[in-house]
Design a protein around this ligand. Structure first.
Ligand code: FAD
Length: 519
């Protein structure tokens, strides 16, 4: 039990495996002989999932920490800026139905309540536009910064859209060449236990046994270590979040100068929604749907209709669609004995708010920060880890479900079923009851490092048309004058940024040509 933790073995070389390797190797000096040794085993027989193009703003800090140059990211990973999501047709399904979930916090967010003063004008201005400039910047296709803004800094908060396969290769090269990660390209065939049930080593087809002190399962949906070897049960969430299938396709632009959207466009369909992500050389588009509410043929028709609207039938007919099945849910726990699962091996929920990679980043950071010195303390660390990550999965489930339950759409069983109270977690029902009278705020989400701050819940709630009722109590803390100062400030910032910020494509081209300044 007093054995020092010196060797970490990661099984899986998808985005989860390489991000985890990078975070731990950078923090634990793996490039030096005295640092923690990290070996990543990647099967040549099992491809990584190859999707996952939308990220959360945390990705900037993660990449910066592991020593990646932001200019290289743009040059090598087909990166573009993402400033939030535009959710179309989620409320009424009509053509003019949309709202934004931007990344910037509302202007004056922690200073005063903005909800009640805004609600008086809700017919004239959308909540996101009243409190944030970012939706309007996105509508104009603007970038979140200037070429003179240093790398990883932003005028507006931002994340990235990326080519997932290119990101994997890019991280792999960086981890091997700069961070001292040992890469074994081989297929793991067996898992070997110690007398007390820990994993002692994994057997590979051509490189024999690879021993380790801590094993990180990044083997994707097969969950080879945590799921298959340890039999940690899978908790399905399909009764809450119905989507279980995706049809993905890469869509060309009509020409090299076509605008690149500065946000993910998520358009609701009859039985799910379509993501539309703009990369510099193509769009990544996909329909995430519930197989209980539609079938593959009908879903593909809807997807092709969507694509045809932008590139025409002739071009759309040439595209090949890839089908991906997934089971929404997560493992009962994530760290068991000396094995912790990160990425798809720990679970997956539909990609509506790009919550998968942010969970990978948070998991890698926590494991790295709290890396047990010896096996003796590992069970304490794992207990804390499991508690915190269960909380995170539950919050993500509530947050994703929030997008569905306020719809006014009744055009298909999918939308009707989504509003059935039996499909809404009790925790979310309780929050909705509280928010009838008090807007969401930090009091509702009290953990440090909440993935979705209370402002995100506000953007969805009021974007979907929810109304919080004023009461005698709430009236006491409304400061209309101060709120209106913030609305005015926001309007001024909107005009300023609209006139100063370049287009997304213009800035990306410039970054590729000249590079961003390092601080
Ligand atoms: C349709 C869809 C859209 C998504 N969109 C987003 C998004 O926009 N944003 C986001 O954050 N996330 C998104 N995700 C999730 C995201 O794709 C994943 O979280 C991310 O790619 C990490 O995957 P992974 O590394 O866990 O698994 P994988 O990419 O599947 O990698 C598994 C690795 O394990 C290896 N492996 C498997 N078996 C063995 C073995 N026996 N021996 C050795 N190695 C083995 C494989 O070779 C591979 O390298 C999406 C997922 C889906 C399904």
């Amino acid at each position: 039990m007093n054995k020092a933790i010196k060797k970490v073995v990661i099984v899986g070389g998808g985005t989860a495996g390489w991000l985890t390797a990078g975070v731990i190797a950078a923090e634990h000096n793996s490039a030096s002989e005295l640092g923690l040794q990290i070996t990543l085993i990647e099967s040549p027989e099992v491809k990584s999932i190859g999707v996952g193009e939308g990220t959360w703003p945390t990705m900037r800090e993660t990449l910066d920490k592991i020593g990646i140059d932001e200019t290289d990211l743009f040059r090598e990973c087909e990166a573009s800026f993402k400033q939030g999501s535009k959710l179309c047709k989620w409320v009424t399904g009509e053509d003019d139905d949309y709202y934004y979930h931007p990344f910037v916090l509302p202007q004056g967010y922690t200073k005063t309540d903005l909800i009640f003063p805004w609600q008086k004008h809700r017919e004239k201005i959308a909540f996101a536009d009243a409190v944030s400039y970012q939706g309007r910047i996105c509508e104009q296709g603007r970038a979140p910064k200037l070429i003179s803004t240093p790398q990883y800094a932003g005028i507006a908060n931002y994340a990235y859209h990326l080519d997932a396969v290119k990101l994997g290769h890019f991280l792999q090269k960086h981890c091997i060449e700069k961070l001292g990660v040992t890469h074994v390209v081989d297929h793991v065939t067996e898992i070997n236990s110690t007398d007390d049930g820990d994993i002692a080593s994994v057997t590979t087809k051509n490189n024999g046994a690879v021993v380790g002190d801590l094993f990180i399962d990044c083997s994707g949906l097969s969950s080879m270590l945590l799921g298959q070897h340890f039999n940690i049960p899978f908790i399905s969430k399909k009764h809450i979040l119905f989507n279980d299938t995706a049809l993905a396709v890469q869509v060309p632009y009509s020409d090299d100068h076509s605008p690149i959207a500065s946000h993910t466009i998520s358009t609701a369909q009859s039985s799910g929604w379509i993501w539309d992500i703009g990369l510099p050389s193509r769009r990544g588009v996909g329909y995430v749907y519930s197989s209980e509410h539609t079938n593959e043929v009908a879903a593909e028709v809807e997807l092709r209709d969507y694509i045809e609207a932008s590139i025409g039938k002739v071009e759309a007919d040439k595209l090949t669609v890839r089908k991906i099945n997934f089971n929404p849910g997560h493992r009962e726990k994530f760290w068991h004995k000396n094995c912790v699962a990160i990425g798809m091996s720990s679970g997956f929920l539909e990609p509506l708010e790009a919550s998968a990679l942010v969970l990978v980043e948070l998991a890698a950071a926590k494991i790295s920060r709290e890396m047990p010195a010896t096996r003796e303390t590992m069970d304490i660390v794992s207990k804390r880890y499991n508690k915190q990550f269960l909380y995170r999965w539950e919050r993500i489930i509530d947050f994703l479900k929030l997008h569905y339950i306020l719809t006014k759409r009744t055009d298909s069983n999918y939308w009707r079923d989504n509003c059935n109270p039996e499909t809404i977690p009790e925790s979310l029902q309780e929050l909705m009851a509280l928010w009838k009278h008090t807007p969401p705020g930090p009091q509702d989400f009290h953990h440090v490092e909440e993935i979705f701050p209370s402002s995100s819940w506000q953007y969805i709630l009021y974007g979907m048309g929810f109304e919080t009722q004023e009461s005698e109590l709430s009236r006491k803390f409304i400061n209309e004058e101060l709120a209106h100062q913030f609305f005015t400030e926001n309007e001024q910032l909107t005009q300023k940024y609209l006139s100063a910020l370049p287009s997304n494509r213009e800035l990306i081209d410039k970054i590729k040509q000249y590079g961003l300044h390092k601080i």
